[in-house]
Design a protein around this ligand. Structure first.
Ligand code: ADP
Ligand code: MG
Length: 367
């Protein structure tokens, strides 16, 4: 088996009394797009700075490509870092910013110019070579920072919230570009973000961090569909608790056709017995429900309806006492007339296959 691009063992870092990294083990594969996802203060930047060599760990080791680099200086490691604020040199034009690392490594002038222009072509900025950073937009500066790191052809590129300063539209565009760039270059990316959607969109695998510890490592689908802990269930997307199981809001189907719903129903929802009994509630209005329905259901009353264009959010108080959020795509509903369902009796249904369990409690979804 080839050595991991990045291998971290028993990593700890304390700042005074603050335990920023509290025992982290990680193996990141060659060519992987790997994300570290966690809330502010969870230790993401500290782990990244330790991999880069800007910070010395209190304990533990870092290997790059099978070599222990724990004691090596940043410039002796085959990594480059892209920071959130880009850290471009304002007095140098774009091409000189990109060349900088090659110049430090004494690459001959003609070669480094050629490679810098090539890197700029890679981020579609070769027409901007003579500009100063302040003459560029935020997205363009971000691409210069990427070119400046990629020109050194590192084995591992570390990215600390590199899209954090961009507005939503540009961030989404850059996500697509970043992913394409990583595939093309075949470089291992270690990408730090607090944005769960960004992590799920971009990554081959995600590590979810909380308070200096890794809660779960897995593919986006594993982390989202099968959260290992209550923290992951609450931080990566939102989750409902129904009895002793959890179900994602978009996996709940709301049947608002209340005509056949009996308020005094014997429905047991997801409490374990779950699902329709023989000839039970499944014979109701959802009998022909198809894809949206499920083999588990519960009755409740709509506490709130929020129309959000593409989707509608229902907040439903189940008769069992659980409050759940259900997200319904507005496939057929094209107006705000969903609002009239506030206060209505509804049946929530879902598939047992979409249930998951996590130990402990997590915060209920917001009202
Ligand atoms: P994140 O990047 O996930 O927001 P950080 O790694 O920056 O988290 O920080 C983790 C914890 O370590 C925080 O509590 C932060 O305040 C603390 N910390 C980080 N760097 C330092 C430092 N140089 N001195 C003191 N405390 C620090
Ligand atoms: Mg940070």
């Amino acid at each position: 088996m080839p050595a991991s691009a990045v291998r971290i063992r028993s990593l700890r870092k304390t700042f005074g009394s603050v335990e920023a990294v509290a025992g982290v083990d990680l193996d990141i594969g060659d060519g992987e797009f790997f994300s570290m996802l966690g809330p502010s203060g969870s230790g993401k930047t500290t782990v990244l700075r330790i991999i880069a060599g800007f910070e010395r760990p209190t304990a533990g080791t870092v290997e790059l490509g099978g070599r222990d680099v724990t004691a090596l200086a940043p410039f002796d490691r085959d990594v480059n870092t892209v920071f959130q604020d880009y850290a471009l040199f304002p007095h140098l034009d774009v091409v000189r910013n990109v060349e900088y690392g090659l110049k430090v490594r004494r690459v001959p002038r003609a070669e480094r110019r050629e490679r810098a222009l090539e890197a700029l072509r890679g981020v579609r900025l070769d027409g901007m070579a003579a500009r100063r950073p302040q003459e560029l937009s935020g997205g363009q500066r971000q691409r210069v920072a990427l070119a400046r790191a990629l020109v050194n052809e590192p084995r591992v590129l570390l990215l600390d919230e590199p899209l954090g300063a961009l507005d939503l539209k540009l961030r989404e565009e850059m996500q697509v570009e970043l992913k394409a760039l990583q595939r093309r270059a075949g470089i291992t990316f270690v990408f730090v973000t607090h944005d769960q959607e960004e992590a799920l969109t971009l990554s081959d695998r995600v590590a979810v961090l909380d308070r200096g510890r890794i809660e779960q490592v897995g593919t986006p689908a594993e982390v989202y569909e099968r959260p290992a802990t209550a923290f992951v269930a609450g931080f990566v997307g939102t989750s409902n608790r129904i009895g002793d199981v959890c179900v994602r809001p978009e996996k709940l189907h709301v049947d608002t056709d209340a005509g056949g719903i009996d308020a005094g129903g014997t429905d047991e929802g997801g409490t374990g017995a779950g699902g329709a009994g023989p000839g039970g509630a499944a014979a109701g209005p959802e009998a022909a429900g198809g894809a949206g329905s499920g083999d588990r259901h519960a009755l409740g009353t709509v506490a709130e309806v929020v129309y959000a264009g593409a989707a509608t959010r229902f907040v439903v108080d189940l008769d069992s006492g659980d409050r759940v959020v259900a997200l319904q795509q507005n496939l057929r509903t094209s107006s705000m007339d969903v609002m009239r369902h506030r206060g209505a009796r509804v049946r929530i249904s879902w598939h047992a296959a979409h249930e998951f369990r996590v130990p402990g409690a997590f915060p209920l979804p917001p009202k």
